[in-house]
Design a protein around this ligand. Structure first.
Ligand SMILES: [Zn+2]
Length: 266
């Protein structure tokens, strides 16, 4: 099994989205400057010996500026999207075409993880996602209770949705999903046990940044369930420590750059 980490562009946003308490005013600093962060959009391609190429998260739609509501693009601006960061070209660089992808697994259905399903429109590739997440995404759009993070363009009946249940699932051999709820109710992290490189844990947006994990600092405005987030933090820490796992956070650009010094892991 081989793991390729994918750089699918960069987003710039207020630090208050990924980090609780960022920019908070205090008595002695009543008007702190709002800090901004440039982060990566991250996916992964897993060459699985039994299944074939599996895509874990798809990034954003290539035409996000047109299909996202303008206010969403203002808040989560994609400020870097070079040709070599387009999903089709990223897969090409790893030696695969879009039609080679045998399965898509979504950590969750937010716009910067599932919007790249547009590359697969009209294809019948199975899209695996937690049933809880699938319900939440369609419900969020229908009820208008959490639109912004979920955008209607890809929350569409025509994709070949393959929901699964449970807190823990070995979806494919050595390809394990763990429920890491908090950012969304059905977010799944991916544990890959590689023969030579050891265990990787792709946490997706349970942790946008290294600080969320290492400093035990919850997400900011992107947190939906505080108690669940802490349960997920404990679980991720348990897996990471037991397996001596390398962690890939949902959007940490520096961690991605460091890990991408290797072309792939096997
Ligand atoms: Zn995200």
């Amino acid at each position: 099994m081989k793991l390729h980490l994918l750089d699918l562009g960069s987003i710039e946003y207020d630090e208050g989205f990924p980090l609780a308490g960022a920019g908070v005013s205090t008595l002695s600093e009543p008007n702190p400057a709002a800090a901004r962060r440039k982060v990566a959009i991250i996916g992964a391609l897993i060459e699985h010996p039994k299944i074939g190429p599996i895509l874990f998260d798809t990034g954003a739609a290539p035409n996000a500026r047109e299909v996202w509501p303008p206010i969403v693009f203002e808040l989560f601006a994609i400020t870097e999207y070079r040709d070599e960061q387009r999903l089709d070209n990223v897969l090409g660089a790893a030696g695969f075409g879009l039609d080679d992808v045998k399965a898509i697994v979504l950590s969750h259905m937010h716009l910067d993880h599932a919007g790249g399903l547009e590359f697969f429109r009209g294809k019948d590739v199975p899209v695996y996602v937690s049933a809880t997440e699938l319900r939440n995404a369609f419900y969020a759009i229908a009820s208008k209770e959490d639109i912004g993070a979920y955008v209607p363009h890809y929350i569409d009946f025509s994709f070949n949705w393959q929901p699964f249940d449970g807190d823990h699932l070995e979806l494919f051999p050595d390809f394990q999903l763990h429920l890491l709820a908090g950012h969304t109710p059905g977010l799944m992290g991916l544990q890959l046990d590689l023969a030579n490189s050891g265990t990787f844990l792709l946490t997706s947006d349970q942790f946008h940044l290294r600080e969320n994990y290492e400093q035990g600092r919850p997400l900011g405005w992107l947190l939906r369930d505080h108690a669940a987030w802490w349960r997920s933090h404990r679980l991720a820490k348990r897996i990471a420590e037991n397996m001596d796992a390398k962690l890939v956070f949902g959007h940490d650009r520096e961690v991605l750059a460091e890990l991408k010094k290797e072309r792939f892991y096997d």
